[in-house]
Design a protein around this ligand. Sequence first.
Ligand code: APR
Length: 403
Amino acid sequence: MTNSQSTKTATESADVLVLGAGPAGLLLANLLQRAGIDCVLLERADRARVETRARAGFLAPNTVRILDRHGLADGLHRHGQPHGVCEFRTGAGRFRLDYGTLGRGERHTVYPQQDLVTDLLRHYLEAGGRIRFGTEALAVHDAMTSAPSVTVRETDGRPARWRARYVAGCDGRHGAGRRSLPPGAVRHRRDHGISWLGLLAQAPPSLDAVGYAVHDRGFAGHMARTPDVTRYYLQCERGTGAGAWSDERIWDELDTRMYAAGHGPLNRGPILQRGVVDFGSDVVEPLRHGSLLLAGDAASLISPSAAKGANLAVLEAELLAHALVADLVHGDPGALDRYSGQALAHIWRAQEFSLWMIRLLHREPSAPIGESFFHESLRFSRLESLRTSRTQQDWFAENYTGV
Ligand code: APR
């Protein structure tokens, strides 16, 4: 009998309920399972959707170290590709930063997130981990007590309730974890006023680097995913629909913005996936509310400008696992409060660098008319400093690869 077909009773229980089988939830569940903690992962999607959903794919060195530490990096060592160069293209030409030789001399690993999620799920199930697919968490109840519960809706629509000692909200920006924050939970939000049309193209990468094009018409980005698939981004007006641009218009606009003398047109191919992301930051503080803990996108939202989201999710999952083990196995009640402070320090460091990248790559959207030239001059001064100053390049490399 598979996990998802086991007989369900109206009320079930576990020591820790993990909501959401993304990078945060799956790593957390793996680590709790190994520590002998009775945990159950509740995931609203089915397994196929979880294992095929293309999201991020740019793993920071620390993410690889965390996965290595727990024997969960086999897939990324087999198929991941090291990446250590980014190329900036502007009206004044282009320059490359071999950031893998700068700062701490560390590189990213390009490994599609759906492959990492598939690896984590396989490890979890092989270790006897319990997961319920097709089970949507609706709300967390009594989070401020030591006996919280979660009401869920199963795929067949049947209601059920889960009781637990702790609930880990790893169910993303729209999940039950965020929805169930008690009154008074502080959320630091900022709308950056920028939107990107994110594209996944069935086309080999056109650059041997992460490409950032700073163009008068707007930003364009290029990031390899696999030898045959490339992720592109096009800055678009707020409110642009994902289907608003034809494939041809997309490729023509990418060619225009990413053109660099001596570099021909981009490798074209069918657009496999497209979606619009509005840049916003949204940090919950603290990350612990009684028996409800948040990690990953449920804890904080960050713009994709510096590719930090999935790396923060992994970092927070390990920190939260350590805290839950300290609390449940070693009887350290202060560990979960320390988790919040530790994770938030990393979150704000990532938010600060991500905002710096936003201001480097885009016009200031809210600049008063009379100041736009001032902001543009600052922006090109930052780019020139990045092009010419080794100190600035070391700072960039450390923050670009760090989490
Ligand atoms: N009940 C159960 N599962 C849910 C619910 C719910 N109410 N809502 C969402 N989910 C599931 C989603 O189906 C998804 O599998 O929670 C999971 C959340 O996964 P992610 O969105 O990937 O979140 P997280 O693990 O925090 O990773 C966030 O990874 O996707 C990248 O860069 C992206 O910053 C992001 C990071």
